[in-house]
Design a protein around this ligand. Structure first.
Ligand code: C2E
Ligand code: CA
Ligand code: CA
Length: 284
């Protein structure tokens, strides 16, 4: 039986969903080569009068469990695609990264639905990247047909939280991914742990060798950023670059970040280099 507080939370979530009280925040991802904005990741937010600010790690699994995930996905996608149109009017033509629960992919016609939504709003499908995390119950390999359909339609596919949980190297070869997101645990650990640094480098090389984009998640410090740069990572995302933003703040952020980027990547470069060089692993 579902415990009472969980049921209250689910009912609260359903009310928020129906009454349009959820909103999306968008976190920029930038290219390490030049600091250019490559895409923004849509992250759902729920601020509730009764429950306070509830994180998606709490309510997304509940939505999955209680049959509300499809509605959440459709609301989120519509909201994000509409936001893309507004940004384009402001002269920001970026790609969108959208998180999808593996459960939504059990429907074989889900890629058609996504394509129809893009068409209806006139958003090119190649501006969209679907981010997926592997769960214990549903290995992504079982979703091969659905994933291939996304790629045929020009929609990108990222494997999220790579390196932890259930993700495996085999999936990178067998499934039609376009991007690998290195889990933030390895990104933060790599600065001090030679082992984690080796793992991050191996993931980057593997991703690039297979023709995929390597993205580092959760970059919080300048040292992490410069290490990812040195290891040859393609794209970075994290609080150092930007917190998830309200949609209207993206234009201001792009201007502010252009000023900030050269200092982030260039100053103190020598210091980090010395730090990494002194690592015995590099001499292997
Ligand atoms: P995720 O896809 O791995 O998203 C990254 C999470 O890390 C986000 O948490 C983001 O706010 C946070 N983050 C970003 N940069 C940093 C950083 O530098 N340091 C740290 N410590 N954290 C950082 P958030 O928004 O709480 O989302 C948690 C998870 O919930 C997401 O993990 C994603 O799996 C899921 N999620 C979020 N929005 C949606 C959605 O619309 N639909 C679905 N199905 N899942 C969603
Ligand atoms: Ca994600
Ligand atoms: Ca992630």
């Amino acid at each position: 039986m579902t415990p009472r507080p969980e049921l209250a939370l689910v009912e609260g979530f359903e009310r928020a969903l129906i009454n349009h009280r959820l909103h999306m925040a968008y976190q920029p991802k930038v290219r390490l080569r030049d600091g250019a904005l490559t895409r923004v990741e849509a992250l759902v937010r729920w601020e509730d009068a009764e429950f306070g600010s509830v994180p998606p790690s709490r309510f997304v699994p509940l939505a999955e469990k209680h049959g509300l995930i499809e509605e959440l996905t459709q609301w989120g996608l519509r909201t994000t695609l509409r936001q893309w149109l507004k940004w384009r009017e402001q002269g920001i033509d970026t790609c969108l990264a959208f998180n999808i629960s593996a459960l939504s992919l059990e429907q074989l016609d889900f890629p058609d639905l996504v394509e129809r939504m893009c068409r209806a709003l006139d958003v090119p499908t190649d501006r969209l990247v679907i981010e997926l995390t592997e769960g214990a119950t549903l290995p992504l390999i079982k979703l091969m047909d659905t994933l291939t359909r996304f790629r045929i339609k020009g929609i990108g596919l990222a494997i999220d939280d790579f390196g932890t949980g259930y993700s495996s190297l085999m999936q990178l070869r067998q499934l039609p991914f376009t991007e690998v997101k290195i889990d933030r645990f390895f990104v933060s650990d790599a600065v001090t742990s030679p082992d984690s640094r080796l793992i991050v480098k191996a993931i980057i090389d593997l991703a690039q060798g297979l023709g995929l984009t390597a993205t580092a998640e959760g970059v919080e410090t300048v040292d992490q950023l410069r290490l990812m740069h040195e290891l040859g990572c393609d794209v970075v995302q994290g609080y150092l670059i930007s917190q998830p933003l309200e949609p209207d703040s993206l234009q201001f952020w792009t201007q502010e970040f252009k000023q900030r980027w050269p200092g982030l990547i260039e100053d103190r470069g020598l210091e980090l280099w010395t730090h990494v060089e002194s690592d015995p692993l590099r001499q292997r």
